[in-house]
Write a protein that binds this ligand. Structure first.
Ligand code: AHR
Length: 529
């Protein structure tokens, strides 16, 4: 049964060592060794997985992605064009498609970001050579030739198996423009717009469910006050209907971080017109160049994920005040690390091209762990961004390069993949400080999966994990680790950091022990009865 109390887990993770042991003793569950009997192994961190305390289903959409017309994300990253010397499938970079398809991308948000509120979808359909060239005002003032438009995006989604999520233009657009985009995509046939779609090569409707109504409307999406945005949202939503069988799921622009003022201002103005979803953004800034972090700055950035978790809990609680339950879904449709980038590197590889290191992988693990723990509160999360921008899964050597490597972020998403669609269960750790050992667990069909992140740059952690409510017959583990938090998968050494087997010991069916080195992310899979 899902437990809706966000506070419960928070309190649980705040137990002192004495309370933790006392609670274990009090529970004294038959299946588990009572915690008070645990030998005080030197420095071992105790963890409890309560397999019978369910939180909620981990929606695959919590592993969502985001692709913007920014730097070399689309052009040169995902899309190289049909005539490129780079191996491609009808213009899509073959290596990127293969990697993304293998990982499985549940949902992909496009075309922005800030770009979305200056994008006019009609300019991206029809014969590519006739599409107008426009200046990308947000990301460097280069000329956007619109060769990647709606049909190319839908083709990408099909190739990698993603559900499309289209971000509509409110800042410089109009309700009729967005309404027409929905009709163009979703109306089966017989209207001028659906016939135009068919003439452009897609007789079948795209059936797009997720529609963003503006992006960061408090900033690059129109610099609005919350009450202004609420008025805009209400006006737009009148016209954004079901064109055909797919009912659009309308996502309002939520707060920057945990800004309750924005959320309340918008929701006060939407009382009788609640959106389907409310999308917050939360970036974890970094003081250093990505491959040159000091230990102190790595600790600062990694600690911020505790604030992200607080923000999810508090924004969910705030939404509940308005909707009396889970009616409005909470999304985190931009998240990830945003480091201190150099002009030179961006000039070479594209705007916001960011090297992805072991530290970035640890950050991804902290994010995915907190999403598991808050699975009953979050509907979707989209890391920013899928290729070549910020916290990416894949990096290419700029827009022209042939190389394409899987980053530590990619491998962390792969390590968390077994959690998708499983039921999240409660976990407890001894150290609830922002840099404490991070844990989450989920179960389904005789399998218990637990993920562990050690965010310390200077301390290895022996883990002593008790199972309650399940018995493990056998198990295995995989770990992503490099003691050098600035290490990365380069074009010369693309597989320096990849998941490797982790030695675990399953003892008496109710205890699992292993060593978790500094800067590591691990997933343990147990066969249970
Ligand atoms: O992801 C990069 C940018 O960050 C997006 O365009 C914007 O929405 C956010 O500020």
């Amino acid at each position: 049964m899902a437990n809706k109390s966000g506070d419960a887990i928070h309190l649980a993770t705040k137990l002192t060592r004495r309370q933790f042991i006392a609670r274990g003793a009090a529970l004294g569950a038959a299946a588990a060794l009572p915690l008070r009997l645990w030998p005080q192994t030197s420095g071992a961190q105790h963890v409890v997985i309560r397999a019978d305390e369910e939180i909620g289903v981990i929606r695959p959409e919590l592993h969502g992605q985001f692709a913007e017309h920014l730097g070399s994300c689309i052009y040169g990253g995902l899309w190289v064009g049909k005539d490129s010397r780079i191996s491609n499938i009808n213009g899509y970079r073959r290596q990127a498609i293969d990697y993304l398809h293998e990982l499985g991308i549940p949902v992909l948000r496009w075309p922005g970001g800030c770009f979305a509120d200056d994008y006019h979808w009609r300019e991206g359909i029809g014969a590519p050579e006739r599409r107008p060239k426009r200046v990308n005002i947000h990301w460097g003032g280069y000329v956007e030739d619109n060769s990647f438009g709606t049909h190319e995006f839908m083709g990408l989604c099909r190739l990698i198996g993603a559900q499309p999520y289209l971000a509509g233009n409110v800042g410089s657009g109009s309700p009729s423009e967005l309404r027409d985009w929905i009709e163009y995509c979703n109306y089966p046939s017989g209207s001028a717009l659906s016939d135009e779609r068919a003439a452009n090569g897609s007789p079948e409707p795209f059936g797009v469910r997720y529609w963003g109504v503006g992006n960061e409307s408090w900033g690059c999406g129109g610099d609005m006050r919350p009450e202004e945005y609420a008025d805009e949202f209400r006006r737009y939503s009148v016209y954004l209907r079901s064109f055909g069988p797919t009912r659009p799921f309308l996502i309002a622009s939520g707060p920057n971080g945990n800004d309750a003022g924005w959320s309340r201002g918008v929701l006060d103005g939407l009382l009788h017109h609640m959106p389907d979803g409310f999308a917050m953004h939360y970036y974890s800034g970094g003081a250093d160049h990505p491959a040159d972090f000091t230990a102190a700055h790595a600790a600062d950035q990694l600690s911020s994920f505790a604030k992200v978790e607080q923000a999810v809990i508090q924004q969910r609680a705030l939404l509940d005040e308005y909707d009396g339950g889970n009616r409005v879904a909470l999304l985190l449709d931009e998240w990830g690390v945003w480091d201190n980038l150099t002009r030179e590197e961006q000039a070479r590889n594209g705007r916001l091209w960011q090297q992805i290191t072991m530290r970035s992988g640890v950050a991804a693990g902290l994010g995915l762990n907190l999403f598991n723990r808050q699975a009953d509160k979050l509907y979707m999360a989209n890391i920013a961004q899928i290729v070549n921008v910020l916290h990416s899964l894949l990096l290419t050597d700029g827009a022209q390069g042939e190389h394409c490597v899987r980053t530590t972020t990619y491998h962390v998403f792969a390590l968390f993949k077994p959690h998708r669609s499983q039921t999240s269960v409660r976990t407890e750790t001894q150290d609830s400080s922002p840099l404490g050992l991070s844990v989450s667990a989920s179960k389904a069909n005789g399998q218990l999966v637990a993920s562990f992140v050690n965010p310390h740059t200077d301390a290895d952690i022996p883990v002593d994990c008790a199972l309650e409510g399940a018995r493990a017959a056998s198990g295995s583990g995989l770990i992503l680790h490099d003691s050098d938090w600035n290490a990365f998968n380069s074009f010369d050494a693309p597989d320096r950091i990849i998941p490797r087997p982790l030695e675990i010991r399953v003892e008496g069916g109710t205890r699992v022990r292993f060593d978790l080195p500094r800067m590591s992310v691990a997933t343990v899979t147990l066969q249970t009865s």
